[in-house]
Design a binder for this molecule. Structure first.
Ligand code: ZN
Length: 214
């Protein structure tokens, strides 16, 4: 048997196998897209044996059935705020406002079992609340990229009681999509994508491993 997986990758699978088998599964699917050699089940079993991970026959059946199947939840929230793009030649250099729509998609190959959350990835109300928490920080504020205003201007705005939120990135829809992707990931969600609409017809999305897990 020849393995086409490097030591670092095996170490990574070992770690995630010990934490969460679903994540291990996603990672192996991702690898398999590139290897295109063995069946997922076979590859998983060989890796599990090599790593001495406890994988039951039932796990294998579940993993095999999970092939490229995933549940996706979507939730949306919006905020109104002003921003400007420093060092930009054009009208976006001026302070202007948007209604930003943030759409988050989370995914899981399995659903919860048990009473309250049976048949769910997560309770929609929890997902909605967690997204709202992140989004509401930017509602009715002036978003400023750090260092893009003179300190005296920033001080004057704050002294006028304007709500100002500084971010360490250029406040574009693209940057915000990665920002919300990361924030929801930090909250423990397996995020499929984060999309931010700056206008009703213009949006940016951020995904990782778009050809791997789904
Ligand atoms: Zn804008």
């Amino acid at each position: 048997m020849v393995y086409f997986i490097g030591i670092a990758q095996r170490q990574f699978i070992r770690t995630i196998l010990s934490i969460n088998k679903t994540r291990a599964y996603f990672y192996i699917v991702f690898l398999k897209r590139y290897l295109r050699r063995h069946s997922l089940c076979f590859l998983f079993l060989r890796l599990a044996q090599e790593l001495r991970a406890e994988v039951t026959f039932l796990d294998l059946i579940i993993f095999e059935r999970m092939k490229l199947s995933v549940y996706v939840l979507k939730s949306e929230h919006s905020f109104d705020s002003a921003h400007f793009l420093a060092n930009y030649e054009g009208k976006c250099r001026q302070i202007h406002g948007h209604r930003w729509r943030v759409i988050i998609e989370i995914m899981s190959a399995t659903l919860n079992t048990g009473e309250q959350l049976d048949g769910m990835i997560v309770d929609f109300s929890k997902l909605k609340k967690d997204l709202k928490e992140e989004v509401d920080c930017f509602d009715h504020v002036l978003i400023i990229e750090k260092g893009s205003l003179k300190p005296s201007t920033l001080t004057a705005l704050i002294e006028e009681d304007f709500r100002v939120v500084e971010v360490d990135f250029r406040p574009t829809a693209e940057r915000f999509s990665k920002y919300f992707y990361d924030r929801m990931t930090q909250k423990g969600y397996r995020v499929k994508s984060a999309t931010v609409y700056e206008t009703p017809t213009n949006s940016a999305s951020y995904e990782e491993d778009p050809h791997g897990a789904v």
